[in-house]
Design a protein around this ligand. Structure first.
Ligand code: PLP
Length: 447
């Protein structure tokens, strides 16, 4: 059988593409997060499947970092996009359009905390806009973010997502961790304004709120860039109370959790209402669209009569009709038949979880599967960690890395970076899950 090694080795079609890429694309990839080993070039995807440039087929659990909730090239989403183009939906760039109004109506209907929304292209833009809006609303500049969280690449939030223990230093609680930049080029003043605390550590949030003029607490409600790290019972509600007490805004970054965990976002599961929320990824079935929304008064600053308080939102491609058509089709599909898509994703997720747990138990491995619906991760340790610090200390990164690699060789594509979340789509079948389990058994024999 051809392995990933032979599919990426010299002479492979993937390798040839990477060589061409290196000549013309700075760094060889258009997002540094895509630079991984094995470096595979994928050329086609449909439903739950990917095909690389050398013709190998994979069951996909990467889902392009999670947008593909319905699967690749979902026929209904594709039809909606093609129909929109045939019917003359185009980027108008002036005034409003019926399709963006329709999408905004759907969003405000399915996520109750979204009294008003704005539509942009990427999660990064929407988060940056949320931070600006929170600063304008509160007249303060500081921001609290979470260790182990990712909120895009804008300056304010560009800290290292998963720093090794050697860089984190000893556990800090209550208190804050150092801002470890994920990039060069960050202004010193920006970094000074951003406070990094541990997830699930309300005492540290309180500590910072009591010492600095904080505009907002910005958090993923579940840390899904380091697997699936859920909030402890009551933690998100505690953040809500602390923000109210200190006059800071609570901002949920639901770019990963939104629409994947539930139609109403993870906030509908947690029963906690943030002031502002950001959605992206799954909302548009694989097309580039992101949403910032929240309380009407706060969102009203986009139209403030006072020029000095008005917050700018702009963008040539905001609410481009192609992703808008895709988002309308996605949300309508998720609403249909009492939420049958989410019910199905839960069934598939439970089947995978149960199977994986059996396999790890049979092999006597210390492993736990953390899962919310279609989002899952295996931690090779004895319990689901509470935060990145605990995860970094306990997880068997080397086993995780080797298992992912062996699975890729066997035609199951998990992103080849330890702890990265897996995503099931509605296009996966029970047979896909069972095949994945068989191959996981085989992969573990090889590592
Ligand atoms: C939680 C979270 N927020 C924000 C972003 C940034 O979104 P985008 O890559 O669309 O800019 C991501 C991307 O992975 C994310 O996972």
């Amino acid at each position: 059988m051809q392995t990933a090694a032979s599919a990426t080795g010299s002479g492979s079609a993937s390798d040839a593409l990477f060589r061409r890429s290196a000549e013309v694309i700075a760094g060889g990839v258009v997002s540094l997060n895509r630079k991984v080993d094995p470096g595979l070039a994928f050329v086609r995807a449909q439903g739950s499947r990917l095909w690389d440039a050398d013709g190998r087929e994979y069951i996909d659990y990467h889902a392009a970092f999670a947008p593909h909730l319905l699967g690749h090239n979902d026929p209904e989403v594709n039809d909606a996009v093609l129909r929109a183009m045939r019917e003359g939906w185009s980027l108008m760039g002036t005034g409003t359009t019926p399709w963006e109004v329709r999408l905004a109506e759907l969003l405000t209907e399915v996520v109750p905390s979204l009294q008003r929304v704005q539509l942009v292209n990427t999660g990064t833009e929407a988060v940056a806009l949320a931070v600006r809006l929170a600063r304008a609303w509160t007249g303060r500049e500081d921001v609290i973010v979470m260790l182990g969280g990712y909120n895009g690449w804008s300056d304010d939030v560009a800290r290292s997502v998963a720093p090794p223990l050697s860089e984190i230093g000893p556990r800090v609680s209550p208190g804050e961790y150092r801002f470890l930049p994920i990039t060069a080029g960050l202004p010193r003043e920006t970094v000074r304004r951003v406070h990094v605390v541990n997830f699930n550590d309300a005492a540290s949030v309180q500590y910072v709120l009591g010492r600095h003029p904080v505009a907002c607490v910005l958090t993923e409600p579940v840390l899904q860039n380091v697997g699936v790290l859920p909030p402890a019972p009551g933690y998100l509600a505690e953040l809500r109370s602390l923000c109210d007490l200190h006059g800071a805004l609570l901002v949920f970054d639901e770019v990963k959790t939104g629409f994947r965990s539930a139609l109403g976002g993870y906030q509908s599961i947690a029963g906690v209402r943030p002031d502002l929320s950001v959605f992206g990824k799954a909302v548009a079935g694989g097309h580039p669209l992101a949403v910032l929304g929240g309380h009407a008064d706060i969102m009203g600053l986009f139209d403030s009569k006072e020029a000095s308080r008005r917050v700018l939102v702009a963008g040539t491609y905001n609410a481009h009709p192609v992703p808008v058509a895709a988002a309308i089709a996605t949300i309508e599909r998720l609403k249909r038949n009492g939420g049958e898509v989410h019910a199905r994703l839960e069934t598939l997720g439970a089947r995978l979880q149960k199977g994986l747990e059996e396999i790890y138990r049979d092999r006597g491995l210390a492993a736990v599967v953390s899962r919310i619906g279609s989002a899952f991760a295996t931690y090779f340790c004895d319990r689901v960690p509470a935060d990145w610090h605990e995860l970094a200390a306990r997880h068997d990164f080397e086993l995780d890395r080797r298992l992912r690699r062996a699975l890729i060789d066997l035609g199951v594509y998990h992103f080849p970076i330890p702890t990265k979340q897996g995503s099931i789509s509605a296009a996966h079948t029970e047979a896909d899950i069972d095949r994945t389990l068989e191959r996981t058994r085989e992969a573990l024999r090889r590592v």
